[in-house]
Design a protein around this ligand. Structure first.
Ligand code: NOJ
Length: 551
């Protein structure tokens, strides 16, 4: 097994250029601002940035509606600024990944404009058309409550076009080889500019059959083609798939031999983490972990808590979803699209620092590579007065100065969280940086620990029986080393007994405090877990680097 797959143990940080730092005072974050914040990101220990779409766009869906793939949106700077930024990131050992939104373009893209005007243009077949409105046009909408149909009549083309998402996002016709050639060209372009890969948007929809008649089957071969192209052009670039699918389908995205996409967000585990936190019962989470255990050795899960979208709970049963709503988003205005929650993590957990830290510690301890959302390292809040998913996309809170230190402008791309316990005067980088006990400094410490525990990214886990329904204990083993992470999802202190099958005599050394534990005569480590406690142990002691086998 190759041991230098960087994505197996990366720390990924998701950021939107527009919300991070505005260097030129126009109220919108930009690449120059992002470059200036690299010291902060490096200090926190992140190793890879994932940038939301930054190409030219009418920005009606946060940039997921691109009108020119080869230009940086002028509000963020120029391609030159992008290249400078990427260079500076690399200087600090930080990789850059970017969104690849190629399921659809903006309806303002010249391809679509040409396609609707001229039926004989080569661009007509870049999109998916129908003379009549297909009968199932109301089915499969992605944004229920906001989006009504997936087929909309274009008055210029005098035909209906297919759009899986909003009507201003016409789907590209992936069956057209010219479209595939365009996608490859876009990937090739950004690989030349130094990105380490792509977060591929909406993967199941990219490869689904899109004709108005009987739906053709999924085109899995495409994923292999993307992978091959990528690795031919850039040997260590990867694709991280956004595919919220059932576990039984995930292996098809990785490829049984690991010959398709390298990474996938683990939406399945994500939803069950929130269910477990809401109910204080780890059983469904254990099941979700088991269900997503199998994957080719070179494939990797991306584990996350919140992202830039709503927390999608669509894969839970109605009863389970309701339990999460009740605990974390009781007000209908906190919910979205009949399936999700549009709040940031901190308010969902009632700002309880113990619980927040436990949640993050758990994320770092789940099998895979962690992905953080900007601002969550501070415990930023949301603004429910903003529409849909904008609630969680407010500007980064740098200090208690005007506009949270995000911008000097009077009018901002989106309002700051400026009131209440999550307001920028209470929650900001400058204050937290100076406070050794802050969430920010805690996060940096956890990132350091996580990096020192490559067993989680590489190893296999087993779930240890601790005899308590609210405590999850995972053991990872890799290269003769063994690590145990224990999380108490309840608000009560509990006493548990931990047994390490096959490692009865090994001492457990706590990685976060100065305790250690020796098994008693029955082979049990008696542990007291504080309410929302989290413990990280290395079995065998701190000489692990000497013990680590080479292969
Ligand atoms: C998934 C993205 O995460 C979301 O923000 C976007 O609206 C849709 N894809 C459409 O591109």
């Amino acid at each position: 097994m190759i041991k230098d797959l960087w994505y197996k143990n990366a720390i990924i940080y998701s950021v939107n250029v527009e919300s991070f730092l505005d260097s030129n005072g126009d109220g919108v974050g930009d690449f120059e601002g992002l470059s200036r914040s690299l010291d902060y990101l490096q200090g926190m220990g992140i190793t890879c940035l994932w940038l939301a779409p930054f190409q030219k766009s009418p920005r009606r869906d946060h940039g997921y509606d691109i009108s020119d793939y080869y230009q940086v949106d002028p509000c963020f700077g120029t391609l030159g600024d992008f290249v400078d930024f990427t260079h500076e990131a690399h200087q600090r050992g930080i990789r850059v990944m970017m969104d690849l939104a190629i399921n659809h373009t903006s309806d303002q893209h010249p391809w679509f404009q040409e396609a609707r005007r001229d039926p004989s243009s080569k661009y007509r077949d870049y999109y998916v058309w129908s003379e009549t409105k297909p009968e199932d046009a109301h089915k499969g909408v992605i944004f229920p409550g906001v989006q009504e149909t997936t087929w909309t009549r274009d008055p210029v083309a005098r035909q209906y076009y297919f759009h899986r998402f909003y009507p201003f996002q016409p789907d590209l016709n992936i069956d057209n080889p010219l479209v595939l050639a365009e996608i490859r060209k876009i990937m090739g372009f950004y690989l030349e500019l130094g990105v380490s890969g792509f977060r591929m948007d909406a993967v199941p929809f990219v490869i689904e059959g899109k004709s108005p008649q009987a739906r053709s089957p999924m085109n899995w071969q495409l994923l292999r083609d993307f992978r091959q192209f990528l690795q031919w052009r850039s040997r260590d670039a990867i694709i991280l798939a956004e595919a919220n699918v059932e576990p039984k389908h995930s292996v098809r995205y990785f490829g049984e031999d690991g010959d398709r996409l390298q990474m996938m967000f683990n939406f399945w585990v994500n939803q069950h983490v929130f269910l477990a936190m809401a109910t204080g019962e780890v059983k469904p989470l254990v099941k979700a972990l088991e269900q997503t255990r199998e994957r080719p050795p070179n494939a990797q899960w991306a584990q996350f808590l919140r992202n830039h979208d709503e927390l999608d709970l669509g894969r839970l049963s109605e009863r389970q979803r309701q339990a999460v709503f009740d605990a974390m988003a009781p007000d209908p205005d906190m919910q979205l699209y009949e399936r999700g929650i549009r709040r940031r993590l901190a308010p969902m957990l009632h700002g309880d620092q113990r619980r927040l830290r436990m949640a993050y510690s758990l994320m770092f301890a789940l099998p895979g590579t962690p992905v953080l959302r900007y601002g969550d390292e501070l415990g930023m809040g949301d603004r429910l007065d903003l529409p849909e998913r904008d609630s969680g996309r407010t500007p980064m809170q740098w200090s208690n100065e005007k506009n949270a230190g995000f911008s000097r402008a009077d009018k901002l791309v989106r309002p700051i969280v400026d009131e209440g316990p999550y307001g920028y005067e209470q929650v900001n980088v400058a204050d937290q940086r100076r406070d050794p006990e802050s969430l920010l400094n805690w996060t940096a410490r956890m990132i350091r620990i996580r990096k020192e525990v490559p067993e989680i990214g590489w190893g296999n886990f087993d779930v240890l029986d601790v005899g308590h329904p609210g405590v999850l204990a995972l053991r990872y083993r890799w290269l003769n080393n063994s690590v145990v992470v224990v999380h108490n999802l309840t608000d009560e202190a509990v006493e548990i007994g931990l047994r390490l099958p096959g490692e009865r005599d090994r001492t457990l050394v706590n990685l976060l405090t100065r305790d250690h534990s020796q098994a008693d005569r029955r082979g049990l480590h008696p542990l007291i877990m504080e309410p929302y406690g989290y413990h990280w142990y290395r079995a065998g002691g701190l000489g692990y680097l000497l013990d680590r086998t080479a292969v």
